[in-house]
Design a protein around this ligand. Structure first.
Ligand SMILES: [Zn+2]
Length: 180
């Protein structure tokens, strides 16, 4: 494991989230492109159609949560189902009696997005302006359904990036502690 692997993978997953969800929702997103400026990694996904699509704009952040952060925290849809079942038991006749695992899970994603709003890129923040729980739910469902594709796209973007000679040289300099 290289020291930058985790950072690079996170960016690849983020961009692949935008790309795959964008394609599913018909915005015609390109494959992710990753750049290195000698110090930081950057990623982007170009889209054919301009225009606001909140679910696509949220899908980078949500893919990071669902495919990297939650697994590391051992949180999954099974846990969400378990908490939803506990809530149902506590309120058997109330409005919570229909609470489902997915609802619970989407609520956790929503909270984390709101907590992390300041760390979001300008493009993601403006593209998802005024997002609602419905936008989050749409993105969560699509990421669940297309998880394998997102991982595949991310892996492809990483390999393509790492195969470029200029990138390899810059990363070598970084590893040897020299100025990039
Ligand atoms: Zn993004």
């Amino acid at each position: 494991m290289k020291p930058y692997d985790a950072v690079l993978w996170r960016i690849c997953i983020h961009e692949a989230g935008h790309s795959v969800v964008g394609n599913v929702l018909g915005t015609g997103a390109h494959s992710p492109e990753i750049f290195f400026d000698g110090q930081f990694f950057h990623g982007r996904v170009r889209r054919y159609t301009e225009g606001q699509n909140r679910a696509v704009s949220l899908s980078g952040e949500i893919a990071e949560l669902m495919l990297i952060d939650f697994p590391a925290e051992h949180y999954g849809i099974d846990d969400a189902e378990q908490s939803a079942a506990n809530v149902r038991k506590m309120f058997p006749n109330g409005r919570y009696s229909k609470r489902q695992g997915l609802t619970e899970y989407v609520g956790v994603v929503m909270d984390r997005l709101i907590d992390g709003l300041n760390g979001m890129s300008d493009a993601d923040r403006s593209g998802s302006d005024n997002f609602s729980i419905r936008d989050v739910k749409k993105a969560v469902r699509l990421i669940m359904k297309h998880e394998a594709e997102i991982r595949f796209e991310a892996d492809y973007a990483r390999k393509k990036f790492l195969s470029e000679p200029t990138v390899r040289r810059a990363l070598k300099r970084l590893e040897s502690g020299g100025k990039a």
